[in-house]
Design a protein. Structure first.
Length: 169
């Protein structure tokens, strides 16, 4: 029963956890190690699963904490997440595809410059698609604070993006 539950509820979270760990560590090898560690810890605590209200939020929290721990433990050279995201362009025009890729790269850089709370909220809401309630539970903050961080983060990204795109006009 536990193996089936693990396969159906925990294993499908791997990609989401990897993206979260990759966003924080900006290192794919470390992100893979962190996801593997989360999977092992979840398997080892399988007797306590009934006490966990949301296994997804629990795994996301564990991933976030392990990722932040890795960053704090050592200084390393970062790799940009853009090296691992492949953009599927709807356009047939190569110049439009390049502009979209440039904008995506710039957007990821701007998200990376945000304070940690705003960056995490944007990652969870806009990229992972989590609800305000889930994010509030995950980050252990009120829903209003989630909305405030999301608003401020989006506003900052927009201002920086417009400043960069409008430079020289």
């Amino acid at each position: 029963m536990r193996i089936t539950e693990f396969k159906n509820q925990i294993l499908p979270l791997r990609d989401k956890l990897f993206r979260l760990a990759l966003r924080i560590t900006q290192n794919p090898a470390e992100a893979e190690d962190i996801v593997q560690e989360v999977m092992l810890r979840m398997w080892n605590c399988r007797e306590e699963w009934t006490k966990i209200e949301s296994k997804e939020a629990y795994c996301c929290t564990m991933t976030r904490n392990l990722s932040l721990g890795k960053i704090n433990l050592k200084s390393h050279q970062t790799e940009h997440i853009d090296n691992y995201i492949y953009l599927k362009a709807n356009s047939q025009q190569p110049d439009e595809e390049i502009v979209k890729q440039d904008h995506l790269h710039l957007l990821h850089e701007l998200i990376g410059q945000l304070p940690e709370k705003q960056r995490t909220v944007i990652q969870l809401r806009d990229i992972e698609g989590m609800s305000y309630h889930e994010i509030a539970n995950y980050m252990n903050i009120p829903e209003e604070q989630v909305k405030i961080n999301l608003f401020r983060g989006r506003k900052e990204i927009k201002a920086l993006f417009l400043k960069i795109e409008g430079y020289g006009l």
